[in-house]
Design a protein around this ligand. Structure first.
Ligand code: NAP
Length: 405
């Protein structure tokens, strides 16, 4: 790889889907990267494997019950071990030139902020944090002069074709969506969808939470908010189009009618590699797009907001206050967790989000600091869990009203 200086890199969430793809790329270019820190939550075994291969200065495991096993497995290697929530944040503070922020959900907020405050380069995957705390996070980015590189394939695509110097000429950002595993299913079929069916994405291999988000198209709704913050665009200039082949990863339309698109294989190693090498490029051994295999053509279609109400709800959220985004995200995280553990049905996910939004959105005043966001996020989780539990006791016949009473 033609990168003049060795980059010191850290990976927050190294044991997840994005984390492992990042580890793969770094492993193939050991001469170009020095690994500073790796963090995980429960998967101590994978963390140890990665640490033995990449020899970071330190590892942090969120789940303290894993500490003894991780420490013992790394004894004598000189790799420092830490455990607990604060340890993950501490690891994110250790000086690195480039940090991958890939912890799933709001758990990633404080570690990501710690990495941003280093004022260097953060490759950003943890979209939930930006959805909930976008205005405050982007303020931190500006204050510390941090370079934020979007990892999400859609935002990475836009980043690659976004002419900052011609921003006033941009008419709209067009986010593509695969449509997920239920694109061609009826509402009745979707009602009976199981967790195993929901996590089986047709094009991408991803963690469980984002796979369910893709199935509800909540993922795309979160991405509209993410794009608004990353590119500082009015949400009315951000459109979503379903593109089942996931070849065009997103587009930017300019005022002269030109539309610039980025294409590539459905493999997250491509956008991650573009962030790792940025502003250069690096060779990867991943799959390549084969145009001959696309002779069936590329399809583009309007999303069906009746089957996928998240795409309609997000527009109300974006017309509301920043608190609405916190509620939208936290209610979804709990609803997805409940769907995955069998407590609710697939179509309940968006119903629950909508109900929690209706219940809570007028009760919150301005969010002026991260603690306000964290506290609201916590309250939404408590309310959503209670609502789901109450509905469960009535066999789901009165979904949320009981918790409201
Ligand atoms: N996967 C994709 O293709 C993709 C694409 C675009 C964007 N993203 C975004 O990238 C983020 C990661 O997605 P993913 O699919 O890689 O998720 P994932 O496979 O579920 O991995 C999540 C990572 O976060 C760690 N983690 C979970 N809870 C934590 C906590 N409480 N404290 C500290 N670490 C914690 C996990 O550790 P353990 O495994 O050790 O428990 C794991 O390393 C998400 O925000 C997602 O929306 C993912």
């Amino acid at each position: 790889m033609d990168i003049a200086v060795v980059k010191r890199v850290s990976i927050l969430g190294s044991t997840g889907s994005i984390g492992c793809s990042t580890v793969d790329l770094i492993s193939a270019h050991r001469d170009a990267f020095e690994v500073v820190a790796l963090t995980a939550h429960k998967n101590g075994q994978k963390l140890v494997e990665q640490a033995l291969a990449l020899r970071p200065r330190c590892v942090a495991i969120g789940d303290e019950s894993q500490y003894a096993a991780v420490k013992q497995a790394l004894a004598g290697t000189g790799i420092a071990c830490m455990a607990g929530r604060d340890a993950v944040i501490k690891a994110a503070r250790i000086e690195a030139d480039w940090t991958m922020a890939a912890i799933v959900g709001m758990a990633g907020l404080e570690p990501t902020i710690a990495a941003i405050r280093q004022g260097r380069c953060v490759a950003f995957a943890s979209k939930e944090c930006l959805v909930a705390a976008g205005h405050l996070m982007m303020e931190e980015v500006r204050k510390h002069g941090t370079t934020l590189l979007p990892v999400d394939s859609e935002h990475n695509a836009i980043f690659q074709v976004f002419e900052s110097q011609n921003k006033a000429a941009i008419k709209r950002l067009i986010l593509t969506a695969s449509g997920g595993p239920f694109r061609t299913w009826t509402r009745a079929q979707m009602k009976a969808a199981t967790p195993a069916q929901a996590v089986k994405h047709p094009n991408w291999s991803m963690g469980a939470k984002i796979s369910v988000d893709s199935a509800t198209m909540m993922n795309k709704a979160l991405e509209v908010i993410e794009a608004k913050h990353l590119f500082d665009m009015d949400h009315r200039m951000i459109d979503v189009i379903v593109h089942p082949q996931s070849v065009v990863h997103s587009m930017v339309e300019y005022n002269d009618g030109s539309i610039l698109a980025q294409m590539g294989p459905s493999d997250m190693r491509t956008p991650i590699a573009s962030c790792l090498a940025w502003p250069q490029r690096m060779e990867t051994s991943g799959p390549r797009l084969d145009f001959k295999a696309l002779s069936g053509g590329l399809q583009f279609e309007e999303p069906d907001t009746d089957k996928f109400p998240a795409l309609a709800i997000v527009r109300d959220v974006l017309n509301g206050s920043p608190a609405d985004s916190v509620i939208f995200n936290a209610a979804n995280e709990i609803a997805v967790e409940s769907f995955l553990n069998g407590s609710i049905g697939f179509m309940d996910i968006c119903d629950i989000i909508k109900t929690i939004l209706d219940m809570m959105q007028n009760d919150v005043s301005g969010l002026t600091c991260l603690d306000d966001v964290i506290n609201l996020d916590h309250s939404v989780r408590v309310v959503t869990r209670a609502a789901i539990k109450a509905a469960d006791k009535t066999g789901g016949s009165k979904p949320i009203q009981l918790a409201q009473a």
